[in-house]
Design a binder for this molecule. Sequence first.
Ligand code: GLC
Ligand code: CA
Length: 596
Amino acid sequence: MASLQWDTKSGIAGKTQWWKDATIYQVYPASFKDSNGDGWGDLPGLISKIDHLQELGVDVVWVSPIFESPQKDMGYDVSDYQAVYAPYGTVDDVDTLVAECHARNIKVILDLVVNHTSTEHEWFKESRSSRDNPKRDWYIWKPARYDEDGIRHPPTNWRGYFASSTWTWDEATSQYYLHLYAPDQPDLNWENAACREAIYENTMKFWLDRGVDGFRIDTVNKYSKRQDFIDAPITDAQSPHQPAPEMWCNGPRIHEFIHEMYEKVLGPYKALSVGELSNTPHPSQVIPYVSAAAQELDMVFEFSVIRLGTGNGFGAKYEYQPYPLSKLKSLTETWQAFIEGTDAWTTVFCENHDNGRAISRFGDDSTPESWLQSGKAIALWQTTMTGTLFLYQGQEIGMVNMPPTWGMEEYKDIESRNFYFEAADSGDQARLERTRKGLQILARDHSRIPFQWDDSPNSGFTTAEAQPWMRVHDNFQSVNAARQANDPNSILSFYKYALRLRKEHGDVFIHGSFKLVDPEDEFIFAYLKQGSVTDNGRRKALVVLNMSREARPCPDISRAMKCRQDEVRLAVGTRGMDSDQTQLLAPWEGRVYINY
Ligand code: GLC
Ligand code: CA
């Protein structure tokens, strides 16, 4: 599919890869579609809904983990990479999914979770069986420390992601093992070459040989840890556990490991790769992962925008921090423009399974009208940005956060629950209240509730009698795919249109340069996209989004585009094409102007 084209961005002749123009759709399989009435989504359910994806204009489906797992972290704790968790289906179902998708020209990528396994994985069972087991070194084992009173302490003071120490004591062999996430998710030791080989063969080639097209690669920058295993500085005096990402993120051998993965697997198989790159907030750190010349990853997710509003990444993550629109704008510009003049590539996304819903965070879900308008504004924002676009299931119909009236019992996620109970245990009522409020905006649970297909009981996700594994949103009768498919003014219809427009003007929207207009404006998010040079000059688009509840003056279009008025036309507007006439942007109104 790759074709040799002039790369307008870098100014060098190079390969323009098909995946740069692709729209990728993330499916969270437990919550997408249940085919057998057990309340848990499954592969046959997903297969029955491929048409929905095709009608939307999706080119690639990313399926969150479906492998055998005790489900301590929703399948991000894999106990067998070559088996499918029975409630999802079978390996044959994956084959069918791939065949059905390929028949419609849609590719399939799986979630590759190889920073850690489950404690139930055979490798770990062997590793923990004795200190001289050949697989002992496939995980990270360290002796205890003892204080003057002879009390045992973990090897370091590091805090893990899910609000505990990163170390768990193994009574049988009298050592601690490392886990950046839950104690049920021990970290693999990438320093061990045999372990790396096993990962490539067992987890990657197995699925690529079956026809899968690539991977979303979980926690891709955590494979290389610093090897001195020292304490992190104390930055959270209230906790025995200290944030320590500098000890295990972007470590000394990380580029060597990822390049090896590329050379041995991703490159030869021409597999698509998108890595999850947390704690890496500087473009200069990101470029080495995604520069084409480096031969590591096709692209990564950088989290500065999607983490907006979270407290510091660790202890206070769920204590919500308000931020001005100008912050959202400047971060967007940084992570759009950083590839300009390089051979690197970027991604566009505002939702995934680890965050609250975009309308509830960046838009306004307080009334049906503000929901509709801000949902379309977000669609316009996402579909006009440079990079490979990722949509998350339900985003296309404007699904929103769980209602604030729902109690903690509706939150199932290990991270939400651990943060909540940590705050409760602290005895600090104010902190508990802040955490509860923060979870209502930011919790991972919001994106994990069942997809709203129609207005039948249980939203068409499962049968009427079934008990869905998470509660169906109260609003499913007004917010659902069936209703929106028949409504030309719906968020779903708008996404379909905007996705087509994105491809039609791919040189500007997908590949163009990005520059903010009025960076300081706290109401209007406006930016200029510039694409290829034609006989009439450079192709340009101006995107103006009113990100507020107030009507606001529209920026001066021809001035911002440096074009005459008669050279510019409205390409799309969230309020229809007549809005062009008015100098005032209605609340949450978005427009895109193009020169011709
Ligand atoms: C990634 C996943 C997240 C998971 C974690 C541990 O961040 O997106 O859902 O909890 O890795 O595997
Ligand atoms: Ca099922």
